[in-house]
Design a protein around this ligand. Sequence first.
Ligand code: URA
Ligand code: SF4
Length: 212
Amino acid sequence: MTELQDIARRVQGCTDCALARGRTKAVPGEGPENADILFIGEGPGYNEDQQGRPFVGAAGSFLEQLLASVGLRRGQVFITNMVKCRPPNNRDPLPNEIAACSKYLDRQIELIQPKIIVTLGRHSLGKFLPGQTISKVHGKARTVGEHLVCPMYHPAAALHQGSLRREVEADFRALPALLKEKAPAGAPEEPEAKQVSMLLAGGDAEDHSHYL
Ligand code: URA
Ligand code: SF4
């Protein structure tokens, strides 16, 4: 078992915060262990909690569309969340829940060593750029510690709001150039990585307006 797989296993049995009580399945995250891009959302919603996989509802379909717009498939990126268990009624995760769960995300970041971390929405933005407003900083990549962080609107918020949708679409269009900048010329292709989990996606009709 790789250490990322071990993290997933620990998350599935974790009871370190109150969110454990309301969950159906914990959602550790998934993707290649050597992914170039790591997406960090907020927390599982209804469908994610049912399936144990991140971004499988309407926001996930939109995220897949955004990825496709820059020639990427879902299976090429790592996708996870600030908290791995669904907050009741999709409420915001509380600071103490985010704090209890951060050990998993921090280790995932260390192990994956992504070239780019894309934060989706304001909770993951707050992890890297506390006090910043998403409307001001979205689409502007900056180095935070040893990571290149590119904040973006949450797809669930942007999905039903035309202006935000255009913003997040434009921000995605900048990703290929950012990736190129981070890749040394002539660097060999990385070998095929193991997937932490693989299953099929479903649909959803939830209100995610609070993600903004
Ligand atoms: N929204 C999130 O923030 N994360 C998911 O996994 C799904 C929807
Ligand atoms: Fe554990 Fe994180 Fe789930 Fe809380 S949200 S129970 S810390 S895995």
